[in-house]
Each structure stands twice: as structure tokens, then as C-alpha cells.
Design a protein around this ligand. Structure first.
Ligand SMILES: *Cc1c(COP(=O)(O)O)cnc(C)c1O
Length: 368
């Protein structure tokens, strides 16, 4: 049996007629780029805002731009500091550096792998302007604690929801809990376009207007450039694809949750650590990750049985070459340093079936 890590082809085949028609409609209307009242783009922005439950959704080119544009809109700039978790995709910290500020890394929680809310306050200084919690692998960060620290120290909270479309924290959808939220629609995400795409969500009219200007050359109306912005727009084709796929998101997330339960059931007897989820959170399993000894050997064994895996991520951000000049030490990030040497992400996508999961688990259970 062959088990790929993700399978976008079978997802496409399941909704092929709708997708093909949506793309053909965009071409027929020559509605190729966003930013100037493109109907496909505004339709998607409206439906996604409604789905998440916020008043404003402003689309852009990708989920890295969306973080950067939001930071800009909140005035985060030179020599400011922004708190980010040590375990995430590099976009979260890259966006901070790209607006001229400094990312300040915080270790993760032992069980949930999201930012350790007990270690944030010691990193807050007079220069700290924002916190970017990441809902890692699809599990919401501990937002109550984050929001109360933010309130106490007057910080902005920007949720990085790139891995968590549809996830919930205490009955609230992620993207509604902080001051603003950033989404990525990279093809492999729980809601993915057919290329790069992203969006910024907020209930603030002021911030919404500002990010919309920044993402489209500083203009809200054609040729009225109030500021210098940039070009970061959502293409019509991606918007149309996203509108089709949004209707299936809840069903797909449910399947991911069922697959995760089945994996855990099958792997229970082994000495394997799973990411825990508090009972008040709804995890949407963008990534299904396990942690165990002899990780690298297991990856090779699975590869030889035609099972693809990945590691999210092989190194915590502070230990990447990009941050070498800061001299971060393992002793300051003990939890993430240990975890990253032991994790593997197993195949996870809605179209995965029980037979494939059993096949993967049997191979893991017979390992060592
Ligand atoms: C995917 C991802 C991003 C960036 O999204 P792109 O659309 O690829 O730029 C940001 N943060 C996290 C946590 C991600 O997983």
C-alpha cells in the first residue's frame, strides 16, 4: 500500500465538477486579480468572514503577507518586540523581522505544544507591542491567559490561524478571539487554494481599512493612494476555488478528527506521546503528530513501506541558522528542544481511509 502525506488530487476529484465550473466562470469574467471589486474575491471574503464570525475579512496573497500587513497596520515597527512561540513555521517570526521589529521566542507547553503562557510575562519589556499566538497543528493556543496578559500590558494579539481553519476555543472559533487574525490558504492547509493565498480578519473597522489599503498599493479607490502600500492581493481563481471548498470545510475537519481518534486508538499500546487537547478546545488536526524514541529510524522504516511522513518542525525557530547571531541556548527552550528531536507527522487528510490508517499503525506497532 502507498500512503502519501497529503492527497490533494483525491480531494479535487471529489469536487471536480464544481471546481472546474468555478474556475471557468472566473476566466469567462476575466476577473483575474483582487483589489478592485472583483466579485469572486468579495464573495469569498464575505463568506469566510461569516463562517469565522467576524465583521471584516480582507484577502491577500498569502499567510505570511497577512501577518506582516497586520503588524504594519498596528504600527509595529523599528525596535519593537513581538512575542512568538518557538515552535511554528518561520512565517510567524519572519513577518516580525520584516516590519523592522524583533521576534521574542517563548518555549511551548509540554502537552499542547502551543506557546507556554506561563513564560510570556517574563519576556515582556517596554518595547513589546504584540503577541502572535499560533494555533499549532490545528489546536488553539491558551487564549484566555494570552488575552489577559495582553490587556494588562496593553499589547495587540494577532492570532496565527494558518493551521486552524474552523478550530474552536471554549466555543469560539479561532480568528475571533484576539484583536485580529491571520489565515493562510496554502494548498495543503485545511482550507487551501490552488496556489498561494491568505486573509486578515478583524472586527475593527479601522484596522480593516488600513490592511485593505496596505495590501493594494495604499488605495481604497483607484488612483487615490493615501499611503504607500504594496501588492498583496487574492487572485480571482483562488477566491472561486476557496468559495467552493469552504462549504466542505466542517465535514473535512470532522473527518480529520475521526482519523486522529482512530490513529490514537491503534497506537495506544506503544510508548508514544500524543499532542494533548484540553476538553474545551476543538482541534482540527492540520497535522497529526506523534513523539517517540528512534524517530529517524522510524521515518526510514515507514518510507521503505511506502508511507510518507514529515517533521513539523525539525528545529525550533531559535535554533535555525537564520537566528544564529542571537545566540539562543537550548537551556532556555528545553521543552521544544526535546520535542523536536522526537516528533513525526503522520499522513493526515480528510480522504484518508481506515485501511490506510491501520496499515500505517501496524507498521509503527511492529517497529522495535
Ligand atoms: C502556513 C503557515 C503560515 C504562512 O502561510 P503562507 O500562506 O505559506 O505564507 C504562517 N504561519 C503558520 C503557522 C503556517 O503554518
Amino acid at each position: 500500500m502507498n500512503v502519501p502525506f497529503v492527497d490533494l488530487k483525491s480531494q479535487y476529484l471529489g469536487i471536480k465538477d464544481e471546481i472546474d465550473k468555478a474556475i471557468a466562470d472566473v476566466i469567462a469574467a476575466t476577473a483575474f486579480v483582487g483589489g478592485s471589486g472583483n466579485m469572486f474575491v468579495t464573495d469569498f471574503e464575505k463568506s469566510f468572514a461569516q463562517y469565522v464570525g467576524v465583521t471584516h475579512c480582507i484577502s491577500c496573497a498569502n499567510g505570511t503577507d497577512s501577518l506582516e500587513i497586520l503588524l504594519k497596520a498596528y504600527g509595529v515597527a523599528d525596535d519593537d518586540e513581538v512575542i512568538v512561540p518557538a515552535l511554528t513555521w518561520i512565517s510567524t517570526s519572519e513577518a516580525v523581522t520584516n516590519v523592522g521589529a524583533k521576534p521574542v521566542f517563548v518555549d511551548i507547553l509540554q502537552d499542547y505544544y502551543t506557546i507556554n503562557v506561563n513564560k510570556i510575562e517574563e519576556k515582556i519589556t517596554s518595547r513589546t507591542k504584540a503577541i502572535i499566538p499560533v494555533h499549532l497543528y490545528g489546536l488553539p493556543a491558551e487564549m484566555d491567559e494570552i488575552n489577559s496578559l495582553a490587556k494588562k500590558h496593553k499589547l495587540v494579539v494577532i492570532e496565527d490561524c494558518a493551521q486552524a481553519h474552523g478550530a474552536e476555543y471554549k466555543g469560539k472559533k479561532v480568528g475571533t478571539i484576539g484583536d485580529a487574525a491571520s489565515f493562510s490558504f496554502y494548498p495543503g492547509k485545511n482550507l487551501g487554494a490552488y496556489g498561494d493565498a491568505g486573509a486578515m480578519l478583524t472586527n475593527s473597522f479601522e484596522i480593516a481599512e488600513r490592511v485593505r489599503m496596505i495590501a493594494n498599493h495604499g488605495q481604497l479607490k483607484k488612483h487615490q493612494h493615501k499611503i504607500e502600500g504594496r501588492n498583496s492581493r487574492l487572485d480571482g481563481i483562488h477566491a472561486a476555488v476557496l468559495s467552493v471548498k469552504l462549504k466542505y470545510l466542517d465535514d473535512w475537519n470532522l473527518k480529520r478528527r475521526q482519523h486522529a481518534d482512530f490513529y490514537k486508538e491503534q497506537l495506544m499500546s506503544k510508548n508514544i506521546k500524543f499532542q494533548q487537547a484540553p476538553e474545551y478546545s476543538k482541534h482540527v488536526y492540520h497535522i497529526f503528530s506523534i513523539a517517540l524514541d528512534h524517530r529517524n529510524e522510524l521515518i526510514d522504516t515507514l518510507k521503505s513501506k511506502h508511507i510518507d511522513t514529515a517533521i513539523h518542525y525539525p528545529a525550533a525557530l531559535p535554533f535555525l541558522e537564520a537566528y544564529k547571531h542571537h545566540d539562543y541556548y537550548i537551556k532556555d527552550f528545553p521543552v521544544v528542544a526535546e520535542l523536536t528531536s522526537r516528533i513525526i507527522s503522520l499522513p493526515m487528510y480528510p480522504e484518508l481511509n481506515a485501511r490506510a490508517i491501520e496499515y500505517v499503525c501496524d507498521r509503527i506497532n511492529e517497529f522495535k
